[in-house]
Write a protein that binds this ligand. Structure first.
Ligand code: PMP
Length: 392
């Protein structure tokens, strides 16, 4: 019997049970080394293979090309908001382009929800010359800015390639439940401009053509593992710098410096050793099934829930344009706040937790990450149907 709860948290979130069992099995004495991974020096040989295996597995799973580095970093998804900007602006090709232009290049931000908005705010704080490519859509009824869809590409305000340092977006908006289709942004951007993507909440849920990105960044604590580590997959030419010019790195703290990590196999200082170890096990778990299977299951799980929403639109109100609905974080409201509280309370009685929508949005949010078994989605759907029968 399944004696754990169905955990629909947006992150940190459910991990594969087999991974947790392996962690537990190896906790006191990791593979005969007489100690826990928690206690191990990151300079030991055994830890060296844990981190290099994790990297190699992720490289295979996502078919990361050789001209990309995979970095394990700290500072969360938020740390990468700043890191992406600081590292890109120090890159040789970007600086040369800027010199040619004779004024600051623009950093293009595509704002599709709360997390890309946070990414934008962070670089504004650091003094970036930002260009907002789009900022949600205007509500047809109120005229207010809402984050439930994307305007057509023809309405995007992308800068000229020779004036743009990079284009930034967040592929899955964890709060607003908006997911940008694969390749949608890279198809719209001039290939000479690096695209930086925050994939914190949909990484490893579908294949990605890494070769089309300048960098992919993500916090681990949704689909990849526990909190404490973030990952950057960076095209190596963007790590080229003019090291003789002290201006180049003056403003980059070492812990956010991708080159510093790249030059030391992600261990210039102490890494979050245990988090990386667990991520490595999750990468193996994904590899065992294949990334295509992850995508198939993710779509099945999400469709089951959206089908119930669409069958009773007067009761379950999906918040996002169907074209851009997230398969990871599904957001909807009920006819009133009392019913929403009742829904959350009764779900908890059925061992289903973490269904309250983000405080900025309200309603219900159900997160269906890779490690959520199809049985969990089944249980939730059965609950939704019963709740509808009892309350409509
Ligand atoms: N980006 C996305 C898409 C996220 O969902 C989150 C966290 N939920 C972040 C960035 C920020 O990550 P962190 O909390 O690790 O800083």
């Amino acid at each position: 019997p399944y004696d754990r709860v169905w955990n629909f948290s947006a992150g940190p979130s459910v991990l594969p049970q087999s991974v947790l069992e392996e962690v537990q099995r190896d906790l006191l004495n990791y593979k005969g080394h007489g100690m826990s991974v928690l206690e191990m020096s990151h300079r030991s040989k055994v830890y060296g293979s844990i981190i290099s295996d994790a990297e190699a597995t992720l490289r295979r799973v996502l078919k990361v090309p050789d001209n990309y580095s995979i970095l394990f970093l700290q500072g969360g998804g938020t740390g990468e908001f700043a890191a992406a900007y600081l590292n890109l602006m120090a890159s040789k090709s970007v600086r040369e382009k800027q010199q040619k232009l004779g004024r600051p290049l623009a950093c293009d931000y595509i704002v599709t929800g709360g997390w890309s908005k946070s990414g934008l705010k962070e670089v504004e704080r650091l003094g970036a010359n930002v260009n907002v490519v789009l900022d949600g859509v205007k509500s047809a009824t109120t005229g207010e800015t809402v984050y439930n869809s994307l305007p057509p590409v023809s309405e995007w305000n992308l800068g000229k390639p020779e004036e743009t340092a990079y284009v930034y977006y967040c592929e899955n908006e964890t709060v607003h439940g908006v997911e940008t289709p694969a390749n949608f942004v890279v198809d719209a951007v001039d290939p000479s401009v690096p695209v930086i993507c925050d994939m914190s909440s949909n990484m490893l849920s579908r294949p990605v053509d890494v070769s089309r990105f300048g960098a992919i960044v993500a916090g681990a604590q949704k689909n990849m593992g526990p909190a404490g580590v973030s990952i950057a997959i960076v095209r190596k030419d963007l790590l080229d710098r003019d090291e003789s010019d002290p201006e180049v790195t003056r403003n980059i703290p070492s812990v956010l410096d991708w080159c510093y990590f790249d030059g030391a196999a992600s261990m210039p200082n102490t890494p979050p050793t245990f988090s990386i170890y667990v991520c490595g096990l999750v990468f193996k778990w994904v590899e065992g099934q294949g990334i295509e299977t992850m995508e198939k299951i993710r779509n099945e799980r999400a469709k089951m829930v959206y089908d119930v929403i669409d069958a009773h639109p007067e009761f379950f109100h999906g918040l996002v344009d169907k074209k851009y609905r997230s398969a990871m974080n599904l957001v909807f409201t009920l006819p009133n706040a009392e019913l929403e509280s009742k829904f959350i309370a009764e779900a908890a009685d059925c061992n289903m937790i973490q269904l309250k929508g983000h405080r900025s949005l309200g309603g219900i949010r159900v997160s269906l990450y890779n490690a959520m078994p199809i049985e969990g989605a089944n249980a939730f759907v059965a609950f939704m149907k019963q709740f509808y029968e009892n309350n409509h």
